[in-house]
Design a protein around this ligand. Sequence first.
Ligand SMILES: Nc1ncnc2c1ncn2[C@@H]1O[C@H](COP(=O)(O)OP(=O)(O)OP(=O)(O)O)[C@@H](O)[C@H]1O
Ligand SMILES: [Mg+2]
Length: 404
Amino acid sequence: MASLKDEVLSKLGAVAAPDGRPLPATGKLSEIVAGDGKVFFSITVDAAQVRTWEHVRASAERAVRSIPGVQTVMVALTGERTGGGGAAGAPAAPTVVARSGSGAPGRPSGRGPAGHGPAGHGPAGHGPAGHGQQPAGPAGIPGVGAIIAVASGKGGVGKSTVAINLALALRDLGLKVGVLDADIYGPSLPKLLAIKERPQTSGGTRLKPIQRYGMPVMSIGFLVEEETPMIWRGPMVMSALTQMLREVEWGDLDVMVVDMPPGTGDAQLTMAQQVPLRGAVIVSTPQDLALIDARRGIAMFRRVNVPVVGIVENMSTFVCPHCGTRSDIFGHGGARHEAERLGVPFLGEVPLALDIREKSDAGLPVVASEPNGPHAQAFRAIAAAVREQLQVESRPAPKIVIEA
Ligand SMILES: Nc1ncnc2c1ncn2[C@@H]1O[C@H](COP(=O)(O)OP(=O)(O)OP(=O)(O)O)[C@@H](O)[C@H]1O
Ligand SMILES: [Mg+2]
């Protein structure tokens, strides 16, 4: 029996490119990821030809959707700018310009001079004090207020732990919060929240997020088996991210917390290009090496005009669970000094605590599982600082957002 991927390729053979050739013969198809009723791929064309390819993308999506048993199809059309302007180390900087799904805004590009921003969401469009206004940028996500990225230059410093607990603490401040796990290569949310179920589709192309602790949450880890090799190429990372941002029924949110993958690569640039990020929260441990990477992260967000909300020092002082002795295993206060040096707010510190790790690994983030404990308090203080920096308020009633 032919594999799903073969069936997809065979269906795509009947889809003609603008020059009449079958789509698979054009060399513009990415890796096709297919399995368990889900199919993801992208079509990468020269940025100048995007408009002539949109109907090919739509036909490709229709063709794949007609395969019996296929429930989710994600097809992204990516415009590749040739020559210059790309991220360091990347051969070019592809930008997703259209996504599958009729529910998405039909705008051909998220990068035009439209300057939509998160209009109508309280004091929107402003970065944290002192960082000026967010420049005209990509379109907002209807119904979603401030989108903040939790990021770091270095891996394993606790971004995901901070992201989920920060989200829960913001929720406890009365805000409507959603969480997007943007770590395509190493998604964390399935483990952090012990989620095994799959998102349901809604109305054909859109996905319903999973609900946990009163928050909609979404991760590529909900869609792809853990063992699936993650051979996503640059454009695939972008298409998956764009899908999760724009093709998920997030509903009305005051804040979306985005758990970023480590580093300063494609995913971060895509976020900055595709979403009107209100700001970035940088997580660092107190060591010098982590701080150097944090500095890189800050420089990257500044380069793409995303305001830095501030720095969180994670795995700060260690408090012995038995005797209460405090010791500074990785040092202490490094991130605060770094924040001062760089002129960005210091948002607070989270201790290195066995409890935090054990609860995280068990899918029970401390802010939810020990809401009155000292660790939850640390995250609550950070959430209060983030809210102050962003001036995010809860919005009383759902509003109708009209997309131009
Ligand atoms: N304050 C803390 N105290 C104890 N353990 C922690 C703390 N913060 C994070 N951890 C643990 O450290 C490990 C890495 O944390 P986490 O996955 O949040 O990091 P990350 O920066 O998101 O990693 P990656 O770069 O791989 O995405 C996890 O096992 C987590 O439970
Ligand atoms: Mg992580």
